[in-house]
Design a protein around this ligand. Structure first.
Ligand code: EPU
Length: 417
């Protein structure tokens, strides 16, 4: 198992290019199951969660061919409808194969994802929607067993807007009989990217990116060539890396419409951001003003940036209140940041961060993906050496974060534990 060592204090300088979006690539790879043929996907990031979904798809009979730029996906011969526990337990997003398998094969057996470090994260809304579309759903021996001779269109109201729930039902609906309307649908850019990919396959979808999505079932879909959007959370992480180290970096391959809430908050801290098309130049300044944030569904401030922003607020001038409204347990990084000297108090779903001028390097442990990123960011500015263990969490969702940071001038490397 690797650990990451950071020796803090160097301002970042230089250029970095953003990889493809993990959370768009996962449903798009799953959507390839909807029809046979060779699909070609570009800008798929190279990270552990992608490896996991590829394992799940391989188990179903999918074949991959890879070169540097593109991933070719052949879905002609599906010979299983099962996503087993040993793979699903490592990644909750495995549930994304449920909708496509039901649509293509009329059956699916998917291990139930358990709870995870950031909360209970049920999938009841995915299952309720599929039942309304005519699927027979049973839970047995830790698996969701779903059958449907033919899915039919339905009017579905989500009690809570859910990203993968919206994606799963959109995929189930594209070949269903009739019209499906998803109310209170998730509006995240990754949902729009999936809808665009499905439309390229021949699906009829209206309203993706609004809270009402209408899908009119079609008889046939065809394989596609599609390019995944850039990862907005990776962009946000590098924006904070520049701000926290008071550096100046150029971030290439950004879609600024996806990160408005993050940019707005960073501008309030006094960080400078210049926009030139798909390039952002970010300049950190000595004085970082503290600001409050509240995580919200898109276009609000993303929960996936909360931990990283908290690291920045730990060294800001003044107090900041950080409210987490999406997941009930997403403050696991707080106790680790405290080990580095951060002054943070948690009260229910909110954290009070009392900014101070310095953090000190310490041995800390990553607890989930974004928590790991927050510890790396804190390490970049802490005095002395920070050792972050359990970095497999980081590798699930960032492509080469440590390498990219070292090319920007920080002293960061990996060691075997
Ligand atoms: N929820 C339910 N029932 C459901 C589904 C969701 O109660 O059936 C609740 C959840 O417990 C949560 C809220 O609804 O309180 C929103 O969860 P959502 O379903 O939107 O989350 P998700 O689809 O499981 C995706 C991302 C997460 C990201 C969240 C929120 C993927 C693969 N994952 O998860 O990404 O935090 O949306 O934006 O798209 C990450 O990349 O680090 C990550 C955790």
């Amino acid at each position: 198992m690797d650990k990451i060592i950071v020796e803090g204090g160097d301002p970042l300088k230089g250029e970095v290019t953003i990889s493809g979006s993990k959370n768009a690539a996962l449903p798009i790879l799953s959507a390839c199951l909807l029809t046979g043929g060779w699909h070609t996907l570009d800008n798929i990031p190279k990270l552990k969660d992608i490896w996991t979904i590829k394992e799940i798809l391989s188990n179903l009979g999918v074949v991959f061919e890879e070169n540097n730029q593109s991933l070719k996906v052949n879905t002609d011969n599906l010979n299983s409808h099962i996503a087993p526990y040993k793979l699903v337990k490592t990644m909750r997003a495995s549930i994304l194969v449920l909708g496509p398998l039901l649509s293509r094969l009329g059956k699916a057996k998917i291990s139930l994802p358990g709870g995870c470090a950031i909360g209970a994260r049920p999938i009841d809304l995915h299952l309720k929607g599929l039942s309304l579309m005519g699927a027979d759903i049973n839970l047995a021996h830790g698996y969701v067993v779903a059958n449907a001779d033919k899915l039919r269109g339905a009017d579905i109201f989500f009690d809570i807007s859910t990203v993968t729930g919206t994606e799963n039902l959109m995929m189930a609906a594209v070949k269903a009989d009739g019209v499906t309307t998803l109310h209170n649908a998730a509006k995240e850019p990754e949902v729009i990217d999936l809808a665009n990919m499905l439309k390229t396959m021949g699906a009829r979808i209206n309203g993706a990116g609004t809270d009402t999505v209408t899908i009119t079932g079609v008889k046939e879909l065809h394989p596609v060539k599609y390019t995944i959007i850039p990862d907005r959370i990776e962009v946000g992480t590098f924006l904070i890396a520049a701000a926290i180290t008071k550096g100046e970096i150029t971030i290439k391959g950004c879609n600024e419409n996806h990160i408005e809430a993050i940019m707005e908050k960073l501008l309030e801290t006094g960080t400078e951001i210049k926009k030139e098309g798909e390039v952002l130049i970010v300049i950190g300044h000595d004085k970082i003003k503290s600001v409050d944030i509240k995580t919200m569904q898109f276009p609000g401030f993303p929960t996936d940036m909360q931990a990283q922003f908290m690291s920045l607020m730990s060294i800001a001038d003044g107090w900041s209140i950080i409210r987490e409204t999406i997941f009930e347990n997403r403050f696991m990084h707080v106790s680790e940041l405290r080990r580095m000297g951060a002054d943070i108090e948690i009260n229910g779903g909110q954290a009070l961060v009392r900014g101070k001028t310095n953090l000190s390097g310490a041995q800390v442990m990553a607890t989930d993906l974004r928590a790991s990123a927050s510890l790396v960011l804190a390490g970049l500015v802490a005095k002395g050496r920070t050792e972050i263990s359990r970095v497999y969490h980081l590798d699930r969702g960032y492509q080469d974060l440590d390498l990219k940071l070292s090319l920007l001038g920080s002293k960061i490397w990996r060691e075997k534990q």
